[in-house]
Structure formats: C-alpha cells, structure tokens
Design a protein around this ligand. Structure first.
Ligand SMILES: Nc1ncnc2c1ncn2[C@@H]1O[C@H](COP(=O)(O)OP(=O)(O)OP(=O)(O)O)[C@@H](O)[C@H]1O
Ligand SMILES: [Mg+2]
Length: 327
C-alpha cells in the first residue's frame, strides 16, 4: 500500500504540473497575442496619421495626439485580454461555490415550522443502472418509533440517506411536513433531523466543546441534554467533568459514549427526528441496545432506526416495522 501511496502522489503531482504548464502556456500565448495586437494597432494608427500629415490633410501635431491616444487605448485593450483569460481560468472555482450552501437568506422561508411527519409515496432510487429502492410507500408520524429492517443490500442506508437529504435524486415523492424533501436545503433538514452515524465524529477538545460546537449555551441547558442523552454519569466520572479533554477523535470515550455525545448535540439544538443507522455495528450489543431503548423511551422523539436484529426488548416498543425487500 505504501508503494501505491507513492505512485498515486506522483501521478497527482505530474497531473498538477501538466495543468500548470498548460496554464502558463495559455497565459503566455494570450500575452503575446495581446502585445502583438497592441503594437500592430499603434503602428497602424501612427502610420495612418503620418500618411494624412504627408498629404497635408492634418497638422503635424495630430501625430503626437493620435499616437498618445492609440497608446492608451491599445495598452488598455491589451491588458484586458489578460484579465479576460484570468477570469476564464477561475470560472470552475466559482462554479463550485454554487453547489455550496453559503447563503443564509433563503433558510428562513421554507423551514416547516409546524412539523407533521414524513410521507413516502412510490419512492424509488437507483445508483446508475442499479435500482435499489422501488415503489416504497411509508408514513412516519411524529413522536412514533419505527424500525427499518431488510436483508443486507436492500437499501436501508439508502433510504435514510434520502431522508437526511444526502440523496436528492430519488423518484416518487417524499413529503416532509408539506414540503417535497429534495426542495429543502440540507440546512433546513438538519434543523429538525439528526442523522446518527454508527461512529459519530468527535474532534480533539473537551466534552463541552464537542457538544456545543462553539456555540454558547447555559449550564442548565447543557445539564438537561446530558440527562436526556444519559451522559450525566459518564461526565461525572471524567476527571474534569465537561471540561475534560477527550483526546484525538474522542479516543477517551467508548463507541456508545460517542454516540451519546452526538445525541446530546442534536438534543441541544432541539432536533426531534432521529435517524439511526445501526450499520454493521462496531458498537457492542449492550451499548447499542442501551441507546436504542433510550431513544424509544423518549416520547418527544420520532425515531427511525435501522436494525439488524430486532430484539424483543426493542420490538415491543415500536409502533411499526418497515420491511424493505430486495428489488
Ligand atoms: N454509493 C453507491 N453507489 C453505488 N451503489 C451503491 C452505493 N451505495 C449503495 N449501493 C448499493 O445499493 C444497494 C443498497 O445499499 P444500502 O447501503 O442501502 O443497503 P443496506 O440495506 O443499508 O445494507 P446493509 O444492511 O448491509 O447496511 C447495495 O447493493 C449497494 O451495493
Ligand atoms: Mg446499511
């Protein structure tokens, strides 16, 4: 693998060098062309004025005036061609900006203020030619608890990715509180929906920083979410409590504890719809069961969980089990 790494790096740097060479070549060509046009333009204006002076049609002073004017005009135009080339060169970079969500203006208008659940009608999804979901009908009501089950490859993760806004090119209709889901921005969805990865990302810092993510919250608010996400005891046992450094990528915490930190992040921001992908669980069964039971016990939450083993302790608390079949 080390060899592959070196080879890939070499290939990438050769490609970059080629691109740079190419860019320099084009820039030089544009500059030469501009300079050539510039000289030609100035010479012909001066030549024409000289001819007119020779024919005594204009005074000799006109030569000075026209060559000055020609110099200004052609120099400017010459420079302009380089600016145009530079503008063309950065176009691809700006195109990328359009796909980023950097505008904050539009978010206030579409956020559904009154949530009324999620309705799927004849939803389909294909990765290229590969049809993964077909004609899925389902309805997820607020405050209820659902499990999504199905064989490996039946599209469970795909379905959650549609619901969390990652995959927008589905067919059929997914209504989220009266809006077509793919018309809402990722930001709007994230206001309400918490997608819980099996291994949530924690960064090097304190527990507090990992939960607040740099925003300001009162100690009371924090205490409330610690309780709701069963982190109270965990935090109490840390040497510095909330201000304990949890090490690189949250090394000091177990998988289950990291998930609870992710939950706390979501609760702190008032998220009420939790999507949980048990995945091919890296989490030990006990922690997984604990988290799931905790989510199911919280009346405020709407929970959609992908689970591989529908344990009896879980099944009895579910409102519905959605089964995905192989297409
Ligand atoms: N990004 C992708 N590109 C192409 N095909 C994909 C992609 N992601 C998933 N698939 C395919 O779609 C099918 C469904 O995948 P998905 O991850 O939704 O299944 P799953 O039900 O979550 O499976 P598991 O229980 O193993 O997690 C699989 O056959 C997979 O190969
Ligand atoms: Mg999956």
């Amino acid at each position: 693998m080390l060899q592959k790494l070196t080879r890939n790096t070499q290939e990438a740097s050769v490609a970059l060098a080629d691109a740079k060479n190419n860019q320099t070549r084009v820039t030089a060509k544009v500059a030469i062309l501009g300079a050539f046009g510039n000289i030609l333009g100035q010479l012909s204006v001066t030549g024409l004025t000289g001819y007119l002076v020779f024919r005594s049609l204009v005074p000799i002073g006109a030569m000075m005036a026209t060559s000055d004017l020609a110099a200004v005009i052609f120099n400017t135009v010459g420079n302009l061609s380089q600016q145009l080339a530079a503008m063309r060169a950065v176009e691809p970079i700006f195109e990328k900006f359009e796909t980023l969500e950097i505008s904050t203006e539009k978010s206030s208008e579409k956020i559904p203020t009154v949530l009324s659940g999620i309705e799927l009608e004849q939803v389909g999804y294909a990765y290229g030619d590969k049809q993964v979901l077909e004609k899925v009908d389902a309805s997820f009501e607020l405050g209820k608890k659902y499990a999504i089950v199905g064989a490996s490859g039946s599209g469970k993760t795909t379905l959650l990715n549609i619901l969390n806004g990652k995959l927008t090119d589905y067919s059929g209709s997914v209504q989220f509180s009266g809006n077509e889901l793919n018309q809402l921005s990722g930001r709007e969805l994230r206001e309400h929906i918490l997608y819980m990865d099996q291994i949530p990302y924690l960064f090097h810092g304190t527990v507090r920083e990992n939960i607040t993510l740099g925003e300001t919250y009162t100690d009371e608010e924090l205490a409330k979410v610690l309780k709701a996400s069963s982190l109270e005891e965990v935090v109490a046992n840390l040497p510095l409590g909330l201000d304990t450094d949890i090490g690189e990528a949250g090394r000091l915490l177990s998988g289950g504890q990291r998930q609870r930190v992710a939950l706390a992040r979501g609760f702190l921001r008032g998220k009420k719809i939790i999507l949980l992908d048990e995945g091919t669980s890296s989490l030990d069964e006990k922690s997984a069961l604990e988290i799931e039971q905790q989510l199911l016990a919280n009346e405020d939450l709407t929970v959609l969980m992908i689970t591989h083993q529908l344990r009896e302790a879980i099944r009895s608390k579910l409102d519905k089990v959605v089964v995905l079949g192989n297409v």
